[in-house]
Design a protein around this ligand. Sequence first.
Ligand SMILES: [Zn+2]
Length: 109
Amino acid sequence: MCAWCGAHLPPATGAGRPRRYCRRSCRQRDFEARKRARELGLAESDLIVARKAVEGLDDLLFVLAWAISDIEGDLALDSSPDQLKRSLDWLLEAAKPLVGASQRLRSAG
Ligand SMILES: [Zn+2]
């Protein structure tokens, strides 16, 4: 996978170092990010994200946690096919926004 954007890399051909980036601009952005991280004294594992992005994720996780506890309570009382269907719908409704938020985080990186 590309060390910057995570895209799949074509299989290595012949000798030489395996490539780490899918294109020149990814290598450049990674280089600049590392340089900036050194200037700021950040470790390789540190990640800077916008407060808004983290709060958005946290809100969505809160909704998911709430849905899970709701569903567990419902299913303890009634595990009929109808209730299972409603529970699954509710779980998907709560979980899907997290996938979108994750994709937005990646594309913002
Ligand atoms: Zn890339």
